[in-house]
Design a protein around this ligand. Structure first.
Ligand code: GTP
Ligand code: MG
Length: 170
């Protein structure tokens, strides 16, 4: 019906930030301590009911290793939404996330719904990126921000749900 929506969503971010783990948590409710690094990209789909609508996410989980960077436009081109993931224990991953935001602002779909996920929130004792810094950055750039943990499931469904609510309705 007219309340069903397909939405292409891409995850971008540094290697090891937890993109695949967030997807695995969202799609299968699982977490692996030794998740393998993604090669190229992986595809998943998951349906979410939001208010009176059903959103079918078509999810591209990209590889964070630098040598795959040139493939990224194939996955974010035409995407309705992006989740840019960093690891709260890695300042370098936060810097990398900002680069992805810049690239999407220049090359991405201008109506793209963008979320910034500060992942590994369960590792508070190893935190390097203050939540306030990320929140301020997200506000300046019009992104939705949340800290997540693929391990504990903190805010994982919530981030997809918030994106689903922000998608433009046909
Ligand atoms: P690439 O595919 O190389 O780009 O990495 P990725 O961003 O997909 O990261 P991945 O999901 O493979 O996770 C990297 C490592 O971090 C794995 O060992 C995961 O178990 C671990 N990890 C992911 N998310 C979390 C989390 O929320 N908390 C903790 N403690 N570990 C996590
Ligand atoms: Mg991966």
């Amino acid at each position: 019906g007219h309340n069903n929506l397909n939405a292409k969503l891409v995850l971008l971010g540094d290697m090891g930030a937890g993109k695949s783990s967030l997807v695995l948590r969202f799609v299968k409710g699982q977490f692996l301590e030794f998740q393998e690094s993604t090669i190229g990209a992986a595809f998943f789909s998951q349906t979410l009911a939001v208010n009176d609508a059903t959103v079918k996410f078509e999810i591209w989980d990209t590889a964070g290793q630098e040598r795959y960077h040139s493939l990224a436009p194939m996955y974010y081109r035409g995407a309705a939404a992006a989740i840019i993931v960093y690891d709260i224990t890695s300042a370098e991953s936060f810097a990398r996330a900002k680069k992805w935001v810049q690239e999407l602002q220049k090359q991405g779909n201008p109506n793209m719904v963008m979320a910034l996920a500060g992942n590994k929130a369960d590792l508070e004792e190893r935190r390097c990126v203050p939540a306030e810094d990320a929140r301020a950055y997200a506000e300046e750039n019009g992104l939705f921000f949340v800290e997540t943990s693929a391990k504990t499931a903190q805010n994982v469904n919530e981030i997809f749900y918030e994106i689903a609510k922000k998608l433009p309705r046909a």
